[in-house]
Design a protein around this ligand. Structure first.
Ligand SMILES: Cc1ncc(COP(=O)(O)O)c(C=O)c1O
Ligand SMILES: N[C@@H](CCCC[NH3+])C(=O)O
Length: 420
């Protein structure tokens, strides 16, 4: 359930008509609902409350806006970060360092130092090489890093190939059959406190079986590690639970996910950690856009050209992803159209032959389920600047990220004097 609904014929975010946001802030603009963010965080947390010890770290990559992070912090969530930039955001949002987990296959020297100095709760180590480097840095600083070893269980998440992370050929984690040896070697290094195992097999999973298969392998590893005398107090089960993008689609609920986790982890006696991203913020945002013009150049479906483009919302161009597209003031008439942006690439296409509300130039419309992997993946391609972000709370709203104009970007560029 989200809070983007028609009221008196106008699509609202909570109690704010989207027309008011377009008037005040312009388009394109991402609009987030605070109530939806809170509800999703609460539903996920409540579902997991059937488990004994739980830590939830919001995967910041899904939506790193500071206002969104503040909502997460107020809901008691920590953060899963993958860069020094994300770490700085989590801290700036007020998240306790101890609630922060540092994931990522390419942590750099300066990022490890930043995490160590901040005193973050856990590093998820993705290779033996990374573990050795972290051990050296920690020891040189006189610090100890709490660590989990991320394993690659070689499980097919049955999601889009570009966001599947748990197959043997993917770059993430260490092969699970080599994990016990690596864990033992890293556990002997001063500077590291090896305390657990981490796994994350991919994003936008629509079925529970791949999770269960991966968690069973992790359970066997935990038993093997303990039998070898290693301490395992934490297991990070990652994120990945998918959300419906098309009206009518059904996905496993957080309650069903939690029940599966309870089954799969029975008797582990660890703190279970989770890194949800999309399931918390996906349905909490829309991308509000305006129709630039409707182009009818043949007998085929017209092109509805909107002012949002692949630089603002990359998912359709990158993954062929579907986002429901609805008018802000639907007339009741329908049309079949290709929904495209203004960018000079054929890939700047949001939908082909889409049955949608009838639209004319100047009309407002939204791409739904744009709260995750939306603004955060934006670029300034075609010198379009960066899209603005707004958060709604009841009948009020605030700009939570300014639109960055193309002039501001070119102002950071220089022509060297040897080109004068
Ligand atoms: C390590 C890690 N944790 C958590 C997530 C969040 O995934 P999702 O947004 O699918 O929950 C990702 C992204 O797939 C990830 O790479
Ligand atoms: N960017 C992807 C998700 C990537 C998950 C990152 N580990 C998407 O929009 O679906």
């Amino acid at each position: 359930m989200d809070h983007f609904e028609l009221k008196n014929g106008v699509l609202h975010a909570e109690d704010v008509p989207l027309t008011a946001i377009a008037d005040a802030v312009g388009t394109p603009v991402y609009v987030y609902s605070r109530a939806t963010l809170e509800r999703h965080a609460q539903v996920f947390r409540d579902a997991l409350s059937i488990l004994p010890r739980v830590h939830i770290a919001f995967a910041i990559k899904a939506n790193p806006n500071l206002a969104v992070l503040r909502v997460m912090k107020r809901e008691g969530l920590g953060a899963d970060v993958v860069s020094a930039g994300e770490l700085a955001r989590a801290l700036a949002a007020g998240m306790p360092a101890d609630d922060i987990v540092f994931s990522g296959v390419g942590k750099q020297h300066h990022e490890m130092i930043a995490g160590l100095k901040a005193g973050i709760g856990q590093f998820n180590i993705e290779s033996e090489e990374e573990g050795e480097e972290l051990a050296e840095i920690a020891a040189s600083l006189g610090l100890t890093a709490n660590c989990a070893l991320r394993v690659n269980p070689d499980v097919d998440a049955r999601t889009h190939a570009k966001i599947s992370t748990g197959k043997a050929e993917n770059k993430f984690g260490v092969p699970i059959d080599r994990a016990a040896g690596i864990y033992a070697r890293l556990a002997s290094r001063p500077g590291l406190n090896m305390r657990g195992v981490a796994v994350h097999i991919g994003s936008q999973l629509s079925e529970l079986e791949p999770f269960e298969e991966a968690f069973a392998k992790v359970g066997a590893l935990v038993a093997e590690l303990r039998a070898a005398g290693q301490s395992v107090t934490h297991v990070d089960l990652g994120g990945g639970l998918g959300v419906p993008y098309k009206a009518g689609e059904t996905f496993p609920s957080p309650e069903e996910y939690a029940a599966m986790v309870a089954r799969a982890t029975e008797g582990w006696d660890v703190t279970l950690m989770f890194e949800p991203g999309r399931v918390i913020c996906g349905n909490a945002g829309v991308l509000l856009t305006k129709v630039v013009r409707v182009k009818r150049s043949s007998n085929k479906a017209p092109f509805v050209i909107v002012d949002a483009a692949m630089n603002d919302l990359a998912r359709p161009a990158m993954y062929g992803a579907w986002h429901d597209f609805d008018a802000v003031k639907p007339s009741g008439d329908r049309m079949t159209a290709h929904i495209v942006g203004p960018i000079c690439e054929t890939g700047d296409t949001f939908a082909m032959d889409r049955d949608c509300d009838a639209l004319v130039a100047g009309d407002l419309a939204v791409f739904r389920t744009a709260g995750a992997y939306g603004a955060t993946m934006a670029s300034s391609y075609n010198s379009r600047g960066f899209v603005a972000e707004v958060m709604v709370d009841g009948d009020k709203f605030a700009v939570v990220a300014d639109r960055i104009m193309p002039e501001a970007i070119s102002a950071s560029e220089r022509v060297p004097d040897w080109l004068e």
